[in-house]
Design a protein around this ligand. Sequence first.
Ligand code: GTP
Length: 241
Amino acid sequence: MSTQPAFKRILLKLSGEALMGDQNFGISPSVTEFLAGEIRAVVDVGVEVALVVGGGNIFRGEGLAKAGMDRVTGDQMGMLATVINALALQDALERAGGLQARVQSAIRINEVCEDFIRRKAMRHLEKGRVVVFAAGTGNPFFTTDSAAALRAIEREADLMLKATKVDGIYSADPKKDATATKYSELSYDEALSRRLGVMDQTAMVLCRDHGMKLCVYDMDRPGALLKIICGDTTIGTRVNR
Ligand code: GTP
């Protein structure tokens, strides 16, 4: 396989749940260390890597609202949860991955991390630093998938990746339906009309309207990220306009 990257700038979306590993809650150090290694391999071939992380391993605004909490408060707690995850990733990237990393938050929390400033983020990335975008879009009612789509478009990424627990997008949930088949490629309109649940509709429409390519892949597969970046199209599912 070539180690010549087919993409120059990527945005990787990690769910909060992905950081839990085998735990029921919180952050597994072995998972963040594994991710740091996967990301390091991609940075080493000259790719600019930005991350967006969710917060579902700690708090999920929608879930809190269903339990009776005010939705905006719940979403704000969810945003703070993503900051916690972003700090854990920054630590793992710098300590285990030997990389330089910077967290930028969409809500001001200056003592803890930098504010989101697009041009500053671009400079960090040009210098080979990994930027972790935290606190979603900074607004309630928007998911971290939408934040990932927004940041990918804003920073002119040439690929957005969504790391999941399955190796791509299936016609149905493969854990519940044995007849589910995997797509190697599909369009945003197909994903939307078939309600495939890849990402929420806001995120998909944003990606579609701005021509952002998406790859959904299994984050637990060692080396998968580097292979995708180097042009291997047999891994995961690609979604295009
Ligand atoms: P250069 O401008 O390329 O030197 O980037 P840099 O990030 O190394 O320099 P800067 O002086 O901006 O930041 C030095 C350190 O302070 C880095 O670890 C930044 O993440 C951190 N830092 C910068 N701005 C803030 C901030 O507003 N809040 C917090 N908590 N840390 C910050």
